[in-house]
Design a protein around this ligand. Structure first.
Ligand SMILES: [Fe+2]
Length: 191
Protein backbone atom coordinates (compact mmCIF):
# COMPACT_ATOMS: atom_id res chain seq x y z
CA UNK A 1 0.00 0.00 0.00
CA UNK A 2 1.30 3.43 -0.88
CA UNK A 3 2.52 5.72 1.93
CA UNK A 4 0.03 8.41 0.87
CA UNK A 5 -2.90 5.96 1.18
CA UNK A 6 -1.73 4.84 4.61
CA UNK A 7 -1.41 8.48 5.65
CA UNK A 8 -5.05 9.06 4.73
CA UNK A 9 -6.33 5.83 6.30
CA UNK A 10 -4.69 6.20 9.71
CA UNK A 11 -6.60 9.35 10.80
CA UNK A 12 -9.87 7.79 9.56
CA UNK A 13 -9.20 4.61 11.56
CA UNK A 14 -8.43 6.69 14.69
CA UNK A 15 -11.62 8.76 14.39
CA UNK A 16 -13.81 5.69 13.72
CA UNK A 17 -12.15 3.89 16.63
CA UNK A 18 -12.72 6.76 19.05
CA UNK A 19 -16.35 7.15 17.96
CA UNK A 20 -16.77 3.40 18.36
CA UNK A 21 -15.54 3.53 21.95
CA UNK A 22 -18.04 6.25 22.74
CA UNK A 23 -20.99 4.90 20.80
CA UNK A 24 -20.86 1.14 20.91
CA UNK A 25 -21.70 0.38 24.56
CA UNK A 26 -24.75 2.63 24.69
CA UNK A 27 -26.58 3.56 21.51
CA UNK A 28 -28.62 6.74 21.68
CA UNK A 29 -32.12 6.04 22.91
CA UNK A 30 -34.96 8.36 22.10
CA UNK A 31 -38.67 7.80 22.10
CA UNK A 32 -41.00 10.76 22.23
CA UNK A 33 -44.25 8.78 22.09
CA UNK A 34 -44.46 8.48 25.87
CA UNK A 35 -46.27 10.95 28.13
CA UNK A 36 -42.84 11.87 29.43
CA UNK A 37 -40.18 11.57 26.73
CA UNK A 38 -37.25 9.40 27.77
CA UNK A 39 -34.10 11.31 28.53
CA UNK A 40 -31.93 11.10 25.46
CA UNK A 41 -29.13 8.61 25.84
CA UNK A 42 -25.49 9.39 25.37
CA UNK A 43 -22.53 7.01 25.22
CA UNK A 44 -20.86 5.80 28.38
CA UNK A 45 -17.42 6.56 27.04
CA UNK A 46 -14.23 4.86 28.22
CA UNK A 47 -13.75 6.38 31.69
CA UNK A 48 -16.47 4.74 33.77
CA UNK A 49 -15.42 2.78 36.85
CA UNK A 50 -18.03 0.51 38.43
CA UNK A 51 -18.44 0.29 42.19
CA UNK A 52 -18.48 3.97 43.14
CA UNK A 53 -19.63 4.55 46.73
CA UNK A 54 -22.87 6.28 47.69
CA UNK A 55 -22.26 9.98 48.35
CA UNK A 56 -24.18 13.18 48.96
CA UNK A 57 -21.44 15.46 47.61
CA UNK A 58 -18.69 15.06 45.03
CA UNK A 59 -15.41 16.94 44.89
CA UNK A 60 -15.75 18.62 48.29
CA UNK A 61 -11.99 18.94 48.74
CA UNK A 62 -11.33 20.18 45.21
CA UNK A 63 -11.12 23.72 43.97
CA UNK A 64 -13.71 24.67 41.42
CA UNK A 65 -17.03 26.31 40.66
CA UNK A 66 -19.61 24.85 43.04
CA UNK A 67 -22.56 23.34 41.19
CA UNK A 68 -25.84 21.93 42.47
CA UNK A 69 -28.11 19.97 40.15
CA UNK A 70 -31.47 18.84 41.46
CA UNK A 71 -34.64 17.36 40.08
CA UNK A 72 -36.63 14.20 39.89
CA UNK A 73 -36.31 10.77 38.33
CA UNK A 74 -39.51 9.90 36.47
CA UNK A 75 -40.68 7.09 34.23
CA UNK A 76 -42.29 7.29 30.78
CA UNK A 77 -45.71 7.80 32.43
CA UNK A 78 -44.31 10.79 34.34
CA UNK A 79 -44.54 8.85 37.63
CA UNK A 80 -41.69 9.30 40.12
CA UNK A 81 -39.22 6.42 40.31
CA UNK A 82 -38.70 5.79 44.02
CA UNK A 83 -35.17 5.24 45.30
CA UNK A 84 -33.60 5.83 41.92
CA UNK A 85 -29.80 5.75 41.83
CA UNK A 86 -27.72 8.20 39.81
CA UNK A 87 -24.20 6.93 39.26
CA UNK A 88 -22.10 10.00 38.41
CA UNK A 89 -18.57 10.46 37.07
CA UNK A 90 -16.88 13.59 35.79
CA UNK A 91 -13.59 15.42 35.43
CA UNK A 92 -12.20 18.07 37.75
CA UNK A 93 -12.10 21.73 36.72
CA UNK A 94 -9.07 21.08 34.52
CA UNK A 95 -10.70 18.29 32.53
CA UNK A 96 -8.86 15.45 34.30
CA UNK A 97 -10.49 12.20 35.41
CA UNK A 98 -9.21 10.58 38.57
CA UNK A 99 -8.53 6.86 38.35
CA UNK A 100 -6.81 6.29 41.70
CA UNK A 101 -9.89 6.59 43.87
CA UNK A 102 -13.52 7.66 43.56
CA UNK A 103 -12.93 11.40 43.65
CA UNK A 104 -15.66 12.94 41.48
CA UNK A 105 -17.33 9.55 41.15
CA UNK A 106 -20.27 8.50 43.27
CA UNK A 107 -23.82 7.24 43.47
CA UNK A 108 -26.52 9.73 44.45
CA UNK A 109 -29.69 8.24 45.93
CA UNK A 110 -33.05 9.79 45.13
CA UNK A 111 -35.77 9.71 47.77
CA UNK A 112 -39.09 7.88 47.74
CA UNK A 113 -40.46 10.54 45.35
CA UNK A 114 -37.54 10.26 42.97
CA UNK A 115 -36.16 13.62 44.12
CA UNK A 116 -32.40 13.93 43.97
CA UNK A 117 -29.71 16.54 44.61
CA UNK A 118 -26.18 16.37 43.24
CA UNK A 119 -23.62 18.71 44.80
CA UNK A 120 -20.37 18.85 42.87
CA UNK A 121 -18.08 21.19 40.94
CA UNK A 122 -18.31 22.26 37.31
CA UNK A 123 -16.23 19.86 35.19
CA UNK A 124 -13.66 21.02 32.63
CA UNK A 125 -13.19 20.25 28.95
CA UNK A 126 -10.79 17.63 27.69
CA UNK A 127 -9.38 16.43 24.42
CA UNK A 128 -10.06 13.03 22.82
CA UNK A 129 -7.73 12.20 19.91
CA UNK A 130 -7.08 15.91 19.48
CA UNK A 131 -10.76 16.88 19.52
CA UNK A 132 -12.05 18.96 22.45
CA UNK A 133 -15.13 17.76 24.28
CA UNK A 134 -17.37 20.32 26.00
CA UNK A 135 -17.70 20.11 29.79
CA UNK A 136 -20.05 17.31 30.76
CA UNK A 137 -21.17 15.06 33.57
CA UNK A 138 -21.70 11.36 32.88
CA UNK A 139 -24.60 9.58 34.56
CA UNK A 140 -26.13 6.14 34.73
CA UNK A 141 -29.64 6.39 36.12
CA UNK A 142 -31.32 3.28 37.46
CA UNK A 143 -33.47 1.92 40.23
CA UNK A 144 -33.54 -1.42 42.06
CA UNK A 145 -34.07 -4.24 39.53
CA UNK A 146 -34.02 -1.84 36.56
CA UNK A 147 -31.31 -1.55 33.88
CA UNK A 148 -29.39 1.70 33.88
CA UNK A 149 -30.02 4.55 31.45
CA UNK A 150 -26.76 6.17 30.40
CA UNK A 151 -26.34 9.75 29.29
CA UNK A 152 -24.30 12.94 29.69
CA UNK A 153 -25.29 16.41 30.87
CA UNK A 154 -23.88 19.53 29.22
CA UNK A 155 -24.00 23.24 30.08
CA UNK A 156 -25.45 26.23 28.29
CA UNK A 157 -22.96 28.57 26.68
CA UNK A 158 -20.24 25.97 26.57
CA UNK A 159 -18.14 25.57 23.45
CA UNK A 160 -17.25 23.66 21.44
CA UNK A 161 -20.23 21.37 21.17
CA UNK A 162 -19.52 17.98 19.69
CA UNK A 163 -21.38 15.13 18.00
CA UNK A 164 -22.95 13.92 21.27
CA UNK A 165 -24.48 17.19 22.51
CA UNK A 166 -28.22 17.50 21.99
CA UNK A 167 -30.38 20.42 23.16
CA UNK A 168 -32.37 18.34 25.65
CA UNK A 169 -29.17 17.48 27.54
CA UNK A 170 -27.93 21.07 27.91
CA UNK A 171 -28.50 22.45 31.40
CA UNK A 172 -29.47 26.05 32.03
CA UNK A 173 -27.42 27.48 34.88
CA UNK A 174 -28.48 30.02 37.50
CA UNK A 175 -26.16 31.50 40.10
CA UNK A 176 -26.66 32.50 43.71
CA UNK A 177 -23.99 33.41 46.25
CA UNK A 178 -21.26 32.06 44.01
CA UNK A 179 -22.88 28.67 43.45
CA UNK A 180 -24.29 27.55 40.11
CA UNK A 181 -27.68 25.85 40.19
CA UNK A 182 -29.57 23.82 37.67
CA UNK A 183 -32.63 21.61 37.53
CA UNK A 184 -32.94 18.47 35.44
CA UNK A 185 -35.51 15.67 35.48
CA UNK A 186 -34.38 12.28 34.26
CA UNK A 187 -36.97 10.11 32.51
CA UNK A 188 -36.12 6.41 32.42
CA UNK A 189 -38.06 3.43 31.14
CA UNK A 190 -39.81 1.19 33.65
CA UNK A 191 -41.69 -1.99 32.63
FE1 LIG B 1 -16.27 12.25 29.71
Amino acid sequence: MKKKTIGVLIPIIIVVGVLGIFIWPNPVIQNTSFACALTEGNPQGPYYIAGAPYKEKLGEILEGQKLIISGQVLNQNCDPVPEAIIDVWQTDSNGNYNFEDFTLRGKIKADENGQYKLETILPGKYSVAGVMRPAHIHVKVSAPSLPSHTTQLYFEGDEPNDFFVTPSLILKLDEKDGTKYSEFNFVIFTP
